[in-house]
Ligand binder design. Structure first.
Ligand SMILES: *Cc1c(COP(=O)(O)O)cnc(C)c1O
Length: 417
């Protein structure tokens, strides 16, 4: 069958060899999946999830019992007091934006301690001018870079001693940067140290791409509020849109009042038939994340065997579902992404080309043949057209489809050579 898919014998053998090398790593991924599946199921049991919760509301969306149970289940799974899980969040960036605007007031300071945040936040924060940015509202922004992929502890603690910081942002996943993603242990460690010098600062985590990759989530190690997208890990490939915010009750309340209306907050927001998808997506998520991880691992090993730089390596501990392949070559990056697109179930005959995208500074090539537009828990691969030409590959609803995509991408790189 692989040959019928246009994959050469040589490539099939290569990827099968890479797969053999990954056996032990796959076993570790399965163990984490087993643990997180139990965690999810317990939350369904404890909250008595029932068919009545697949209800739908329209209009204002008052008294939506399904929405309430969805939010309780998410809160329990994430180890938080409260959660807001809504289709009214357009994206992860939107949920991050609403959270920042909810928590920060004029003259407050936002401090990023993982360097420059994800590209789509540039105009939100005001790193790129925008008349509607936090900066335009008088919110100050500072950042402290990582040093050798670790928090710059001394600088962070000194800054906190100097004067009020309202919100600290930690972005776990690397985004479009060349750094490593940040493990839950590193987050636990820095939060303990921050708490010794500042008990009040709100610690917010951009948790995109990291849910269910480890045994613990950031709230369980002391952060105050976390944000993530439902067209990534926790949507399990089933949620058609939306995002979540979870954490301390008082903070989630502020976010709800900003998302909808002061005085109405979480009491409104019609679910329009989405409750079942959110619940089923969360139910599938541990397994889908495991499949995405295996896809990333086999890609990493395959590309390493071919002599490319990869981050992380197949046998390194993972924090998120993102696999970087560093091509140092524009054409190879483009060919790899095009190969991923050719292997997609949807739009397999489309050839992606680098283009300008709203929210991004460089041209970006994006391969995604997804059931849900822009979904990156479904296999997708993209990269900004700038040195050192890194492909950021993530997702994969099943490992088998992921493996085929890796074969197609490698096949295309070799053919084009
Ligand atoms: C994807 C992502 C976002 C933004 O999410 P969208 O849903 O694409 O807006 C923010 N931060 C990180 C680290 C991400 O990976």
């Amino acid at each position: 069958m692989y040959q019928q898919l246009g994959i050469s014998k040589e490539v099939i053998e290569l990827v099968n060899k890479a797969e053999k090398d990954c056996k032990d790593v796959f076993a570790k991924i399965d163990a984490i999946c087993e643990y997180n599946s139990a965690k999810v199921l317990k939350a369904f049991w404890d909250n008595n999830v029932s068919e009545v919760h697949f209800n739908s509301t329209t209009g204002y969306g008052y008294n939506d019992i399904g929405r309430e149970v969805v939010e309780k289940v998410f809160a329990q799974v994430l180890g938080s007091e409260d959660a807001l899980v809504r289709g009214q969040f357009i994206s992860g960036t939107h949920a991050l934006t609403v959270t920042l605007f909810a928590l920060l007031r004029p003259r407050d300071v936002l401090l990023s301690i993982t360097g420059k945040p994800y590209d789509t936040l540039d105009e939100v924060i005001g790193i790129q001018d925008n008349p509607s940015s936090l900066k335009a509202f008088g919110v100050k922004y500072e950042e402290i870079d990582l040093v050798d992929n670790n928090f710059d502890e001394q600088k962070i603690l000194n800054r906190l001693k100097q004067g009020k910081v309202k919100v600290i942002e930690i972005q776990r996943s690397k985004g479009y940067s060349t750094r490593e993603s940040i493990s839950i242990d590193k987050i636990e460690d820095i939060i303990k140290k921050i708490r010794k010098v500042d008990k009040d600062v709100i610690i917010m985590i951009d948790n995109c791409y990291c849910e269910f990759v480890s045994l613990k989530e950031p709230i369980e190690v002391g952060s105050d509020i976390i944000v993530g997208s439902l067209i990534k890990n926790l949507g399990g490939g089933i949620a058609p849109n939306g995002a979540y915010v979870a954490g301390r009750c008082d903070l989630v309340e502020l976010v709800a009042e900003r998302l909808t209306v002061p005085g109405e907050g979480r009491e409104v927001g019609p679910t329009l038939g989405i409750n079942k998808s959110f619940l089923q997506g969360l139910f599938m998520a541990p397994s889908v994340v495991a499949n995405a991880l295996k896809t990333a691992v086999v890609a990493s090993r395959t590309m390493e065997l071919l002599g490319y730089d990869v981050e992380p390596k197949y046998n390194e501990d993972r924090v998120d579902i993102v696999q970087n392949i560093i091509f140092h070559n524009k054409e190879k990056l483009i060919n790899y992404c095009q190969g991923i697109q050719m292997a997609s179930p949807i739009d397999s005959n489309a050839i992606p080309e680098p283009a300008d995208m709203p929210g991004y500074l460089d041209k970006v090539i994006m391969a995604a043949g997804c059931f849900t537009q822009g979904s990156s828990i479904e296999l997708s691969c993209d990269g900004p057209l700038r040195e050192p030409y890194i492909a950021y590959m993530q997702g994969g609803l099943t490992y088998e489809y992921g493996k085929i995509a890796v074969m197609k991408a490698v096949n295309r790189i070799i053919n084009e050579d």
